[in-house]
Design a protein. Structure first.
Length: 299
């Protein structure tokens, strides 16, 4: 188990990054998914600027296929903090002809979020979008800088990034460009959960084991929600499961688990050999699925 000193050092680094964002940018926003990483980012922002309110609005890209527990948590947290909540709808992007709904058994709205996100950034003139991505999650995310430049089309060039020496962050940009900022880049999944435990940060009930109707597909348990089209033979059963990562229902795998407390979640992570995103179907569409999405403007 990491020491409290280790977590304090990570917290200090992240708060420093958040304060740099406030100093260098005019219209930053927190990308809030309702997952544990964006929750920690929001908690860090609250600590960084207390007793003032968080100086950044929260932006949620609502796929229309979110877990209800996530939406309930999102609304309650925004109200508690007095934070401005902006919801951008993928369904509205579909209705406007900006994106085309996928069809078939593997249909997902996860990739469609990119257009909705970029449209929201342009609409509200955000010049920095603060996200909860961590370098330990996935190989494409390991390539990101703390301040990650995006061009006027919202695209990312992983081979052309600015150096970050001695925590000197360069936020200079041209009109129409913006930055993605990742304050918890150096954290691990274990760090996040130990920090949540240390700070007693509330998280959605999805992270704790509960009974849910699920079905199996390609070795994964998926929620038997109305938006999920099942193949013949994909039978529904009730199981004790929890989420390790929360996203669109269509691509969020559920984990069979007995962890009903933060302590049990930490113990479970310490012994697992499956990566955090091992249950994310969207990462398995191709060898470079995440990097391809990020290059086009994804989170």
């Amino acid at each position: 188990m990491y020491t409290i000193t280790h977590l304090n050092e990570l917290e200090s680094e992240s708060i420093y990054v958040l304060r740099e964002v406030a100093a260098q940018f005019e219209r930053p926003v927190i990308l809030f998914s309702g997952g544990k990483d964006s929750i920690v980012i929001t908690h860090l922002a609250h600590k960084a600027f207390y007793p003032l309110r968080i100086p950044f609005p929260l932006l949620h890209i609502d796929t229309g296929h979110n877990f209800q527990e996530t939406l309930d948590y999102r609304d309650a947290l925004a109200a508690q903090l007095g934070a401005t909540l902006i919801v951008a709808s993928v369904q509205e992007s579909i209705d406007a002809g900006r994106v085309k709904e996928e069809t078939g058994y593997n249909a997902s709205r996860n990739k469609l979020q990119t257009t909705t996100l970029l449209d929201a950034i342009e609409k509200y003139k955000f010049d920095a979008a603060i996200g909860g991505a961590r370098r330990d999650e996935e190989k494409a995310r390991a390539k990101e800088r703390f301040f990650s430049h995006r061009d006027e089309f919202g695209q990312w060039d992983p081979k052309n990034q600015r150096p970050e020496l001695w925590n000197i962050f360069n936020g200079k940009k041209n009109i129409g460009e913006h930055f993605r900022v990742f304050p918890i880049s150096n954290w691990t999944e274990m760090d996040v959960w130990q920090y949540i435990y240390k700070e007693r940060v509330p998280v959605p009930s999805l992270y704790f084991t509960h009974e849910r109707e699920v079905f199996e597909r390609d070795g994964q348990w998926l929620a038997a929600a109305p938006c999920m089209k099942r193949r013949p033979g994909e039978n529904v059963r009730a199981m004790q499961v929890r989420c390790r990562t929360i996203g669109d229902i269509s691509c969020t795998g559920l984990t069979a688990s007995r962890a009903t407390s933060l302590e049990e979640i930490i113990d479970e992570i310490a012994t697992t050999r499956v990566t955090e995103r091992g249950g994310r179907a969207d990462d398995k569409r191709s060898e470079n699925a995440m990097e391809d999405r990020k290059i086009s403007g994804y989170f």
